[in-house]
Design a protein around this ligand. Structure first.
Ligand SMILES: [Zn+2]
Length: 100
């Protein structure tokens, strides 16, 4: 039996996205009387970067989550780098401040 399922690993990839042109990346449009969810991007504010087509809600969530994970990793890395930098003897921030 052949497993034809691509599997979650295959599908969970960051794909190029670009700002939705209908709402300029805001995810909402100004209606006659009030703001409405942008139909072109389902409020995501972005569309497929290659085809310019709308993504499914599932794909929007996936793309946001993958980018959030990446951003969280970057923040963690920068915090660690900053902590290393501020360790005594390691730089300007490392000077021992005795207070007043
Ligand atoms: Zn839009």
């Amino acid at each position: 039996m052949t497993n034809r399922s691509a599997g979650p690993e295959f599908r969970q990839q960051i794909r190029p996205i670009k700002d939705c042109s209908a709402c300029q990346g805001k995810g909402k449009v100004q209606g006659l009387f009030y703001e409405m969810v942008c139909d072109d991007c389902l409020a995501g504010g972005f569309v497929d970067g290659t085809t310019g087509e709308a993504l499914t809600t599932e794909e929007i969530i996936l793309q946001l989550r993958l980018r959030l994970n990446e951003a969280t990793d970057q923040i963690r890395f920068m915090r660690q780098t900053l902590a290393d930098y501020e360790r005594p003897g390691r730089g300007p921030g490392g000077a021992v401040y005795t207070g007043d």
